[in-house]
Design a protein around this ligand. Structure first.
Ligand code: NAP
Length: 545
């Protein structure tokens, strides 16, 4: 225990006592641990996986890779680290991202304070001692005045409860808990359910290996080419040379991502021919998911602008996919605005449906009825399969937090606080739960930004707050209910001014039956959010008690 720590550790037997408890050892938990140490705080982290990496530890499905440029989807707290690491591809594959996480954990000796293979089951706050106590499935008990939830936004896999899965004689997998061993589909008849970002990455790769791939699609997606490529000679060095400036620049953008200039024109300023030529150029360029949304002004808010880009993608599908019936089945419906579901990017997704060994099944009109011993049954048809892949997503943003019994000794609980949706103040704290912080919680930009920049911002903000409390002899902080209500209302207004909440997406919890429908991320922009957080501090931590 360092002499600058907030609380002295307990000597002797009993629960472990530290300054900060951390749940999760993905990108967020690792940075929290690093920062806690830098500030002279002791910390204990728990992680359900057997090692670091979070998302990149669990999601090992074929084709898994990041879709923000690797040089930007990296830690930025250390210029040294940036110089030491060399990405091999524009959009790094899962294995490389996991190597990076391992490198960072080793470089900063982060595993020392983490316990792996250990799932936190409860977090209880004692109002008298001001201590959070975590309990785990391995019998650990650890206490600290502060608890930071670095549990990830997409880390509780969701699998539809189709009857009969226990009868299936083949192998089945969920992309979010993929085995840590080689999975071979060679010579097999594979079925995949789900065509979100994950399915769209996995389908072309599985199709190349499997004897036959049947794609079960509920909602067709708009996707555009990633145009992934090896890093060019000197590209990493050029980025590193501007690293500090890049960071400042990224902080002033909507999604903490640079090098995709915002649109300068409205769609109605161009003739149909000019639009077509311009969008064609952007399609050829490819790039990050928002690339097609950033073509014309107001694509996210204006129906007419949105339709121009959506129609262009539908036309591309009809151009690429040879069988007109299959092409129509792949076209997203007119009432689904492009971008309202999280836009994926792909490598040969639509082209994959030209393969002889790929079949597309529409499970919107005829839903999956059951899993049988031999495959998947929809209506009167049974599809015989040797393996099933569930690419059916996650109980996003709230699932991992609500899986932990989070409560205070006086009866407040996260479950009750969120019974009508995940209300937070700035996505950082929940009224009634003192000294408990979330990284990338609902109500923060999180999944609408470069997650690593958002992680660093949240963690730095929380660490500055802990310094502030220590400097002022305070040991307890809580979000005020009124400030929280105002933030929730602001976040709601911002989202509802756009087309984003229209779709039945995981952003609004629609993929999980019974989940309250609320647009969960803050869609006001990372730049605006950072400014608001700065103003809150300048106003003496406005809205916190
Ligand atoms: P997702 O976007 O929620 O997609 C799940 C898919 O499963 C959808 O096609 C969905 O259909 C389908 N599905 C879900 N429940 C179903 C049911 N009961 N019956 C039939 N179909 C069902 O999940 P995801 O693809 O795993 O992606 C989640 C998020 O992870 C992404 O949006 C992204 O933020 C992140 N991600 C990122 C990357 C990356 O490159 N960085 C890669 C993968 C994922 P409906 O659309 O009809 O609901």
């Amino acid at each position: 225990m360092s002499d600058t720590s907030i609380h002295d550790g307990d000597a002797g037997p009993g629960p472990e006592r530290v300054d900060v408890l951390v749940v999760g050892m993905g990108f967020a938990g690792m940075y929290v641990l690093y920062c806690a140490r830098q500030r002279g705080l002791t910390a204990r982290a728990f992680e359900a996986g057997s090692d670091v990496g979070g998302t990149w530890f669990w999601n090992r499905y074929p084709g898994c890779r990041v879709d923000v440029d690797s040089v930007q989807y990296s830690y930025h707290f250390s210029g040294e680290l940036a110089k030491e690491w060399r990405w091999t591809e524009k959009f790094a594959a899962q294995s490389e991202l996991l190597r990076y996480c391992n490198y960072v954990a080793g470089r900063f000796d982060l595993r020392r304070d983490a316990k792996f293979n250990t799932r936190v089951t409860s977090a209880v706050f004692d109002d008298e001692t001001n201590l959070w106590t975590l309990r785990t499935d391995k019998g650990d008990v650890a206490s600290a005045p502060y608890c930071i939830m670095a549990t990830g936004s997409l880390s509780t896999p969701y699998r539809p409860p189709y009857p009969g899965i226990e009868d299936f004689r083949g192998d089945w997998y969920h992309t979010g808990t993929w085995p840590h061993r080689e999975v071979s589909f060679a010579g097999k008849r594979v079925g995949i359910i789900g065509t979100g970002s994950t399915g769209i990455q996995a389908i072309p790769v599985i199709a190349r290996e499997a004897k036959h791939l049947t794609v079960f699609q509920r909602t067709p997606q708009y996707t555009s080419p990633a145009r992934n490529r090896p890093m060019a000679p000197g590209e990493q060095e050029a980025f590193n040379a501007r690293h500090d400036d890049w960071r400042d620049e990224a902080m002033q953008t909507f999604n903490a991502i640079t090098d995709y200039p915002p649109p300068t024109r409205h769609h109605h300023e161009d003739t149909p021919e000019e639009r077509r030529a311009y969008l064609e150029g952007r399609w050829e360029e490819g790039g990050m998911p928002q690339a097609m949304l950033e073509t014309y002004k107001n694509v996210a808010v204006d129906e007419a602008a949105n339709k121009v880009v959506a129609d262009f993608v539908r036309d591309k599908i009809r151009e690429i996919v040879e069988d007109p019936e299959v092409a129509e089945r792949l076209c997203p419906p007119e009432d689904l605005p492009i971008g309202s579901k999280r836009p994926p990017i792909d490598t040969d997704y639509y082209e994959t449906f030209n393969r002889d060994n790929v079949t597309l099944v529409d499970i919107k009109s005829v839903p999956v009825e059951s899993i049988t011993a031999d495959g998947i049954k929809t209506g009167d048809v049974e599809y015989e399969l040797d393996a099933i892949v569930f690419a059916t997503g996650f109980d996003a943003m709230t699932g991992s937090l609500l899986a932990i019994d989070i409560r205070t000794g006086t009866g407040a609980s996260l479950k009750d606080a969120w019974s009508d949706g995940p209300d937070t103040y700035l996505g950082l704290m929940v009224a009634g739960l003192p000294n408990l912080f979330m990284i990338n919680g609902p109500g923060s930009p999180s999944v609408k930004a470069n997650m690593i920049m958002a992680i660093e911002h949240h963690t730095d903000w929380i660490m500055d707050l802990l310094d502030h409390l220590r400097e002022h002899g305070l040991d307890r902080i809580e979000a005020q209910k009124q400030a929280q209500d105002e933030w929730v209302e602001h976040a709601r207004e911002v989202a509802e001014a756009t087309l984003m909440p229209v779709a039945d997406s995981w952003y609004v919890g629609a993929n999980v039956p019974g989940k309250t429908r609320v647009y969960m991320p803050y869609f006001g922009g990372f730049d605006r959010y950072v400014k608001i957080c700065e103003e809150v501090v300048a106003d003496g931590y406005r809205g916190f008690r």
